[in-house]
Design a protein around this ligand. Structure first.
Ligand SMILES: Nc1ncnc2c1ncn2[C@@H]1O[C@H](COP(=O)(O)OP(=O)(O)OP(=O)(O)O)[C@@H](O)[C@H]1O
Length: 694
């Protein structure tokens, strides 16, 4: 029978997948069933909007299924309710995974993204070597995979792109896709290796129990690779090459490779082992060997005209054209209905409809046998063969070390960016210093010193927040792909701390340069310089933490860039606890502890005024002040500070601090401690305290 090939090597089966969306309950997938087999390349084809990507997401476990069997009574209301929660109904079963909910379970599974993102300033080889190290894999695999995927010529070129580093020209689009396949194959290989080396865990052993003889004789093979539109945007030659490589990978790894394809040309269609044709409305029109597809459609009255591209013919055949008028649309719907019904009547379709349940039963049975005999499934022959592959993926500290290495490499290769930042910091300091040149020690200098401190705090934190808000969301897609990998996926902690350890000290240099140049120009107290610069440096670290947290918690880069500045403005509004510039209402005093500016400003004021002795006869800066005064002096101070602002010269800085309600000794050190707190307790997993009360 057409489409009913050998059944002993099903690696993945799904049955009766149904998914509806929106208030109108639009059906995206309508009872879709099928199988993917080990060592074969299955192409999913269909008109635009037929649900190809949605189905791939279901197979990947990105869109969960509820695990209901084909004939389980599920009411329409239940289905709708689940759809509203973003859950599809039906079953997805991987060989070796008994859950039926489409999760990856113990089955090695890799997903090749449509637009794969990598760290732009690592080379192809470095990218794969780091992946292998994170997965506890064999470095020799990297060279083999580079050769297999035809990446030898570009192995030492930067990956390029604008994510995860500076925007650089790198490898071509085709090479990038092949790199993605290489990375995911490596991941699959290491996941399998670990599963097989983990004789005790053995949940994936069902795979060997059921898959081909090649797979059982070599524990290093098997698994599933899913690829979403890997040829989109490539020229015909590159697209051919990608599909060819996917097929080679399926054979070499004995893996089931499933890919969504858009309008493939004949050569690509010929490369496919199996074909799943989805009709408009998410129904299956065909699922079986690609070479038998045209015969099946000929048998039901739809012969492919000579010299037509079979892929285009089939896609057109199952498409409903809503723009061609009512009659044409009705004819299309009737044709597609007939094709879907004809497929349902085939023996292959009936087998597919129950294949997922069979796969789950087989997994259950393998697990039960293993429990009864004490021999773990998949353990057969693996201990001896895989003795050298027992290396475990590194733990959190090992991951941290590897990620620090990458962060360091990135920073080294972006040295020119830091050079520009250094020059910009010095230039900004000159501008600040020029505007507030030599404020002197007279009464008027109190206000000007306070203003300089506030401006320095705002400038420092804004620069640090903007940098991490701009940088991190660009890395995020790459990082979340790496984190979610079935093998070598790391936790957020090692990643964030590696960034903080490498990037923050570099970031701290710029405020120190800024303060170091600006301070003497303004005439800030020399004795307070060390604490002033420390405060600015800590301020940068706190602001970077805030930027990274917002970047991690916001769902998109755009939202992060919208939220970050709002938090900064609030921080500025609530940052002046002393009331030197703006009164913070009593009811908001508690909230002001979360202000990024508050502790930095307090630290700067304390470091500047503690130990400062004023000179009432010093009139430096006053003439200029009169010109600029504009009558604004009235609102900026209170108590003794107000007197000082109005020209009544205090004797010491402590008097000013007392007037502002700040500690007269040790205040800067305590503020620094408060600033450092969010760096110790980096809140990467929640939006929370940014600056805590000391
Ligand atoms: N969560 C969702 N909410 C609303 N509509 C959705 C959702 N998921 C999928 N759809 C709709 O379901 C249909 C199928 O989407 P899908 O991306 O799977 O199609 P496709 O066959 O891959 O299309 P294309 O070939 O154009 O990429 C589309 O019309 C899409 O808009």
């Amino acid at each position: 029978m057409v489409g009913d090939a050998a059944t002993g090597d099903d690696a993945l089966a799904w049955s009766d997948i149904r998914y509806v969306v929106g208030r109108a309950n639009r059906v995206v997938l309508d009872g879709t069933s099928g199988v993917a087999r080990a060592s074969r390349l299955l192409g999913i084809l269909g008109p635009s909007g037929s649900g190809k990507t949605t189905l791939l997401n279901v197979l990947a476990g990105r869109l969960k299924t509820d695990g209901t069997a084909t004939n389980t009574a599920t009411t329409t209301t239940m289905r709708k309710r689940r759809a509203r929660r973003g859950v599809a109904t039906g079953r997805v079963a991987y060989a070796g995974d008994a859950s039926g909910r489409g999760g990856r379970g113990a089955t090695p599974l890799s997903y090749v993204e449509q637009d794969p993102k990598f760290f732009s300033n690592l080379t192809v080889r470095e990218t794969l070597t780091l992946d292998a190290a994170l997965q506890g894999g064999d470095a020799a695999d990297v060279d083999a995979i580079i050769r297999r995927l035809g990446l030898v010529a570009c192995a030492d070129s930067y990956v390029g792109g604008d994510t995860g580093g500076k925007a650089v020209r790198g490898i071509s689009g085709g090479e990038r896709r092949r790199l993605a396949i290489a990375a995911e194959t490596l991941c699959l290989r290491n996941a399998r290796r670990r599963r097989d080396a983990d004789a005790g865990a053995g949940a994936g052993g069902g795979h060997e129990a059921r898959t081909s003889s090649a797979s059982s004789s070599s524990p290093q093979r098997g698994g599933v690779i899913l690829a979403d539109e890997p040829t989109t945007g490539l020229d015909a030659h590159q697209a051919d090459k990608i599909v060819q490589k996917l097929r080679e990978t399926a054979v070499e790894e004995a893996a089931a490779v499933v890919c969504v394809l858009h309008q493939p040309r004949s050569a690509i269609f010929d490369t496919l082992d199996d074909l799943l044709l989805l009709a408009s409305g998410g129904r299956v029109a065909y699922c079986g060997p690609a070479k038998d597809a045209l015969r099946h459609f000929e048998e039901i009255g739809h012969a492919c005209p000579r010299y037509h591209n079979p892929a285009e013919f089939l896609i057109d055949l199952v498409a409903v054209d809503a723009d061609g008028g009512v009659e044409a649309e009705r004819a299309d719907v009737e044709r597609v209905d007939a094709i879907a019904e004809a497929w349902k009547a085939t023996a292959a379709a009936k087998r597919h409809a129950t294949a997922a349940a069979a796969l789950l039963r087989a997994s259950d049975k393998a697990t039960a046998t293993a429990t009864a005999t004490g021999i773990e499934p998949g353990a057969r022959g693996t201990r001896e063969k895989d003795a050298g592959a027992r290396r475990r993926p590194p733990g959190a500290f090992g991951q941290f070390k590897l990620l620090v290495g990458r962060a360091f490499k990135q920073c080294r290769r972006e040295a020119w960016v830091n050079g520009v930042r250094l020059v910009a910091s010095a230039a900004l300091a000159l501008a600040f210093g020029g505007c507030n040149y030599d404020v002197g020690l007279g009464g008027k200098s109190v206000k000007r010193r306070a203003a300089v401190m506030m401006q320095a705090c705002i400038n420092t934190s804004m620069l640090a927040v903007c940098r991490s808000l701009n940088g991190f969301p660009r890395e995020r897609a790459t990082v979340s792909r790496e984190m979610s990998r079935v093998s070598g996926g790391y936790k957020p902690g090692p990643y964030f701390f590696s960034k903080l350890l490498v990037e923050t000290p570099i970031d701290m240099i710029f405020p120190v340069v800024f303060g170091g140049v600006m301070g003497p120009m303004v005439g800030l107290r020399a004795g307070g310089k060390k604490m002033f610069l420390t405060t600015l440096a800590l301020q940068t670290a706190s602001a970077s933490c805030l930027g990274l947290s917002v970047g991690a918690l916001a769902p998109s880069a755009e939202m992060a860039l919208a939220i970050g500045p709002c938090i900064m403005v609030l921080s500025i509004m609530l940052g002046d606890e002393s009331g030197a510039f703006a009164e913070v209402p009593e009811s908001l005093r508690g909230v002001s502890n979360f202000s990024l500016i508050k502790w930095a400003f307090r630290g700067c004021l304390c470091s500047e005024f503690e130990g400062l002795v004023f000179d009432p006869l010093d009139k430096r800066g006053e003439e200029k002040k009169k010109k600029n005064a504009n009558g604004a002096a009235g609102g900026i101070a209170k108590r003794a500070a107000r007197n000082a602002m109005e020209g009544v010269c205090p004797r010491t800085g402590e008097e000013v601090l007392e007037g502002l309600g700040l500690p007269t000794s040790g205040g800067a050190a305590r503020a620094a401690k408060a600033q450092a707190r969010p760096i110790h307790c980096f809140p990467y997993d929640r939006v929370g305290v940014v600056n805590a009360d000391p």
